[in-house]
Design a protein around this ligand. Structure first.
Ligand code: CA
Length: 244
C-alpha cells in the first residue's frame, strides 16, 4: 500500500486536495511535465513518419510519448510493415526526428513547475529527472531553466537505463539516485506509459494533464491522483511545504 501523499482536503470540500505527507524526493518526467514540449515531439515524429510514407496521426504519436525512440519506431514499423526495425535504422531515423524537433520553436518550461522545483530545493526536497528522452538539446536546457535542480547525477535518461518506460526501471533508477525508497517519494508524469512506470515502481504517482491524453488513461495506468494543470499541482505542493 502506497502512502497517500496527496489527499482530498476535508476542510476545503471534495474538489480540493492537500499535501498530507512531506516527501523526501519528487521524481519528474520531462516532456509534457516540466516542459510544454509534447506538441513539438508529436509534430517532429509526424513529419519524419509521413516522409517514410507511413500514415499516422498526431493523436497516435501523443500516446507513444514517454517511449524511447527505438521503441516508438518498432511500434510504427510493426503496424505499417508487420515487422520491427533494426536498431541501427531506428537510430538513424530517430536522429532525423531529433533534427526536425530542433527546427521547431523552442518548447518553454511550465512556469509553475519552475517555481515549484525552486521551492523544493529551498525546502531540502530532492528533485530528480526521469525521462525517456535521449535528446541532449533539451537535457542541457534544464540547467538554464531549472538552475541547480537536475545535475547529471540526478538525471535518468534513455542513456542510463536498459528498459525505458513503461518498465519501472527508469523510476527505480531515479529513487536510487535520490537515495530514497519508493514510499518516500512522489512521481509526476503526463503520459500513460510514464505513469505505469512510476506506479509499478511502487511510487505515489501524480498524473498531470497537459495535453490531449484523457484522465482515464492515466488512472487506468495507476495514477494515484490527477491534476488538470501544472498550476494546480504546483499550488498544492507549495502550499503543503509551508505546513507539513
Ligand atoms: Ca512526458
Amino acid at each position: 500500500m502506497k502512502p497517500q501523499y496527496i489527499t482530498p482536503d476535508s476542510h476545503q470540500g471534495d474538489t480540493d486536495m492537500r499535501l498530507a505527507i512531506r516527501p523526501k524526493a519528487i521524481l519528474f518526467d520531462m516532456d509534457g511535465t516540466l516542459y510544454d514540449s509534447m506538441g513539438n515531439h508529436a509534430d517532429a515524429w509526424l513529419r519524419m513518419v509521413t516522409e517514410l510514407g507511413i500514415k499516422a496521426t498526431r493523436e497516435e504519436l501523443f500516446l507513444y510519448e514517454g517511449r524511447t525512440g527505438r521503441s516508438t519506431l518498432n511500434i510504427i514499423f510493426n503496424r505499417a510493415y508487420g515487422h520491427g526495425i533494426e536498431p541501427e535504422e531506428a537510430d538513424r531515423l530517430y536522429a532525423i526526428k531529433t533534427q526536425y524537433f530542433k527546427e521547431l520553436p523552442e518548447p518553454l518550461p511550465f512556469k509553475p513547475m519552475q517555481q515549484m522545483v525552486a521551492a523544493l530545493l529551498g525546502a531540502g526536497i530532492t528533485p530528480v529527472l526521469v525521462t525517456g528522452s535521449g535528446q541532449m538539446s533539451l537535457i542541457e536546457r534544464l540547467a538554464r531553466d531549472f538552475p541547480g535542480a537536475f545535475p547529471a547525477e540526478r538525471c535518468v535518461t534513455a542513456r542510463n537505463v536498459t528498459h525505458g518506460k513503461p518498465s519501472p526501471e527508469p523510476f527505480l533508477k531515479g529513487l536510487e539516485m535520490a537515495g530514497v525508497s519508493a514510499d518516500e517519494a512522489i512521481a509526476v508524469d503526463n503520459a500513460p506509459l510514464g505513469v505505469r512506470s512510476a506506479s509499478d515502481a511502487g511510487i505515489f504517482t501524480v498524473g498531470l494533464v497537459t495535453g490531449p491524453i484523457p484522465d482515464e488513461e492515466l488512472r487506468a495506468n495507476g495514477a494515484d491522483v490527477i491534476f488538470k494543470s501544472p498550476q494546480t499541482f504546483a499550488d498544492i505542493i507549495m502550499k503543503g511545504l509551508r505546513v507539513c
